[in-house]
Design a binder for this molecule. Structure first.
Ligand code: ADP
Length: 446
């Protein structure tokens, strides 16, 4: 303030001095007074110009710097500029944080929708777009309840009981490719809400598979157990002669071994699922596997039939496969076992190892049996899936053999393929990649 009074006085004095020097009225006191008045007006004019510049700068948003010098306007300008700059910095920081926050929500594997007090969509991420089929331009500020019309969600939304989630089909769910969403609304702030959606299709499918598996295992075990219990009761209550007793005991032993095979296959599967992958450093000679397998195949063929099958085994001498001998053996024996069980006696079954040009090795088991209709092929490796239930049971099948084979193949980086023509026969092949194959100096067909 002192500076302003000082500059005003200096201005008036200078103007008065100028007036005295020029003496426009010729009278000393009149010249001095008019000079001082004009000096005062000039000062006020200059002051108003500086004030106006400051006001214009403020109106323009204070983007460019201006020069207002010292004094009141200069200080006001300086203080306002510092405050504005500090606010700008704060706003920029907040914007940055908001962008980071939204980017994090965008990256979320779950769908995120922010809604205002009226339930209108304020923001959503890409995942929510996929889950609910939203369009970023079209659906912003629309009522969520108007866009998502699923009855279970509508009931959940209307009840306003947001302690639990609701399960509903996703936007692109079809009967062949179902998509299940878990949707949960979390109220926050003053009436706003955050909606989270999660794709639980895989979880639901895994749960359904687990339920099916438990039901299947129970059923598979209960059947022989019921038969066994019936025989035990018969033996306890009926006066049977020696011959009948022997027959019943034989049938009981059959049921018991059926249960044993089932339990052993279940254990094999659970070991395959739970144990670490077989080492790529342990080498299993193909010839050894074939020898063991051929012996077992001849035994099985003679147990099941009066007349044996025409069994042909073609191995690869000097070739080793990296992996677990027990698992590989289990896969081959399941495939040859199936070929024997589903092929009439005397027909030819060929078990062959071949070396491909690209270094891969293929094990193929070809039979000339009943074959499999094409619609069954994709489901054959599912647990307990059988084309011919009674034939599978009659020949001691558990419905788990091909599931075991598929697991073993996957664990060895190999691929299982199935070709079949109904009435002509089937070929099951496992292709081991070259990286799993080792050659001795000379590889010759055995
Ligand atoms: P299973 O113990 O019943 O043989 P698998 O998992 O080994 O169970 O096989 C599943 C089903 O695939 C069998 O029930 C059978 O219907 C069919 N199958 C498997 N191998 C053959 C084959 N070589 N020829 C015809 N059908 C086969």
């Amino acid at each position: 303030m002192a500076w302003r009074i000082f500059t005003l006085c200096v201005c008036q004095l200078l103007a008065a001095a100028l007036a005295w020097y020029l003496a426009p009225f010729g009278q000393l006191w009149t010249d001095l007074l008019v000079g001082a008045l004009l000096g005062g007006y000039t000062w006020f004019l200059l002051d108003a110009v500086r004030g106006t510049r400051l006001l214009r700068w403020l109106r323009d948003g204070g983007a460019d710097d201006i020069r207002l010098g010292n004094g009141l306007w200069g200080e006001v300008y300086d203080r306002i500029r510092r405050t504005v700059r500090a606010k700008d910095r704060l706003a920029q920081e907040s914007n940055g944080r908001l962008s980071d926050f939204l980017a994090a929500l965008q990256a979320s594997p779950n769908g995120v929708v922010l809604m205002d007090v009226q339930g209108r969509i304020e923001w959503f991420n890409e995942t929510a777009c996929t889950h609910f089929g939203f369009d970023a331009k079209r659906d912003m500020l629309q009522h969520f309840g108007n866009l998502v019309r699923d009855p279970s969600f509508a009931a959940y939304y209307a009840a306003r009981n947001f302690h639990e989630d609701v399960i509903m089909p996703g936007r692109h769910s079809t009967t062949t490719k179902p998509v299940q969403l878990s949707v949960h609304i979390h109220p926050y702030g003053e009436g706003r809400s955050l909606l989270l959606s999660q794709d639980i299709t895989a979880v639901e499918q895994a749960e359904a598979m687990r339920r099916d598996f438990v039901a299947n295992v129970s059923h598979e075990i209960r059947t022989p157990l019921t038969v066994l219990a019936g025989f035990v009761e018969t033996l306890q209550t009926l006066p049977l002669n020696e011959q009948e007793r022997t027959r019943y005991l034989g049938l009981m032993s059959q049921q018991a071994s059926r249960m044993q095979t089932l339990v052993s296959d279940l254990l094999t599967l659970s070991k395959l699922e739970g144990s670490p992958l077989p080492s790529a450093q342990d080498w299993v000679p193909v010839a050894g596997l074939m020898e063991q397998c051929a012996q077992e195949a001849h035994e099985l063929s003679s147990i099941l039939n009066q007349q044996q099958h025409d069994l042909q085994f073609t191995g690869l001498a000097g070739v080793d496969i990296a992996g677990s001998a027990a698992e590989l053996y289990s896969a081959i024996s399941n495939l040859t076992g199936n070929a024997i069980r589903y092929t009439p006696a005397e027909k030819r079954i060929e078990v062959r190892w071949t070396l491909r040009d690209d270094g891969a090795v293929v094990l193929s088991v070809k039979d000339h049996g009943q074959g499999i209709a094409p619609e069954h092929l994709p489901r054959l490796t599912e647990r307990f899936y059988r084309v011919d239930r009674s034939r599978s049971r009659d020949t001691g099948g558990t419905g788990l053999g091909l599931a075991i084979v598929k697991h073993v193949a996957q664990r060895h980086g190999a691929e299982l393929s199935i070709e079949s023509v109904p009435g002509q026969g089937s070929t099951f092949s496992i292709t081991f990649p070259a990286s799993r194959v080792r050659h001795a100096p000379m590889a010759l067909a055995a």
